[in-house]
Design a protein around this ligand. Sequence first.
Ligand SMILES: Cc1ncc(COP(=O)(O)O)c(C=O)c1O
Length: 477
Amino acid sequence: MSINQRAETAPASPNGGEVQLSEQLEALAAQYGNRFLLEPAPDHQLPQHGMRAVDAMRLIGEELVLDGIPMRNLATFVTTWMEPEAQRIIAENLHRNFIDHAEYPQTAEIEQRCIRMLAALFHAPGETTGARTQGSSEAIMLGALSLKWKWRARREQAGKDTTRPNLVFGADVHVVWEKFCRYFDVEPRIIPLQRDKYTIGPEDVEPHLDENTIGVAAVLGTTFTGHADDIRGINDLLVAIKNDRGLDVPLHVDAASGGFVWPFLYPDTEWDFRLEQVRSINTSGHKYGLVYPGIGWLVFRETADLAEDLVFYENYLGKRDATFTLNFSTGSAMVLAQYYNFVRLGHEGYRYTMETMQQNARWLAARIAGIGDFKLVGDEGAEQLPLVAFQLAEERNFDEFDVASQLAAERGWMVPAYTLPPDAEHVTIMRALVKLTLGHTLASTLADDLAQACSTLEQKGGLHPLDRKRAKTGTGY
Ligand SMILES: Cc1ncc(COP(=O)(O)O)c(C=O)c1O
């Protein structure tokens, strides 16, 4: 029996012979191969028949080789490597639904420990509260909802109009802030960037504030360049307005990336609850918290900063339970993995890790600057996430998108090129995240590859539009 006999068999009305042939082929495949190798992967309807577990595993595994290699993805802030022991914790706890607090009380306790540790790291003045979230996006939605609810309660108490809430933030924020405004009916007051200023400060914020402002959002470590808004300056402005005009505008810090970087690299910089108007902070455990995707955190300054009406109490999972989430059932594994990192690394381990990444980022930055084709974005010595943001130093016969595409073509590096938000949309930036998986040797190879990409482009000019399509053009998350 050969496989070709199958192809030779007439496709129409199955007769006894054909059925027999197909059964024999099934038997051969079960013994020597995989049925899926001879068939397209199911992609439209639930297949009528399944396949062996090992075949299903291979079908998926073989298709995924077409994806980029996560460790070469220098666009993402999200963790691409964890220790084998952490992976074991994750693998062994995938069957634990996080929301079943009554059934898994220790997991719930571990979540609370993580929140308490983060609150202490962010200098919360006393006992407080927070939540484990799917990532910073859910944390921001919940934090901003609380701002809206608290603002409305204040306005109702004063007998004032509650129909026109607004939220003030810079164009350097992540898209989730606009998403919140659209989903939850809040006017976004977006401060445009400037030709050569890609973060915001108090002077930018002030003209946008009024009695309908539910809060100001400031970023610690922007997605675009890794720098921070002037959070201290914005806080001081809000304190002054509170004292002078009696207008109490809270500040939320989006520390999606910076929340796990600043406390270790810049411990003396005040951006957190040491500042009076900072009422809530979000951070992504799955970014510099060093956990695989699926975990974020929201921490309030004080328990009272969480609007009580946003908490739902239910008792159908075994005991009366409070939930403050946008979703319900979700995994426990990443909460446990976060706690693993906390106890495994401690303060010293996180500091060492961040310093390692920062040192490699600085070294890579120096190498990139040394190529001669590029200049770095931002002032030398500015507080920044461990990354290198750079752009072509002068007009060439190719641009940053060509460089990104050439790098991808030559070595599979995923280094994005993107334009900044208005009013700095004329500025194109490339950005390489320097995580633990980009050590000295790989960073050195990347710098060599960048130089090579430039000299290739120099000779042949910009890429054909079809090749350019391969360039990674989003900012990466
Ligand atoms: C500043 C900032 N805020 C929010 C987010 C959204 O975070 P997440 O992907 O954890 O939902 C990101 C993601 O890159 C970010 O950089």
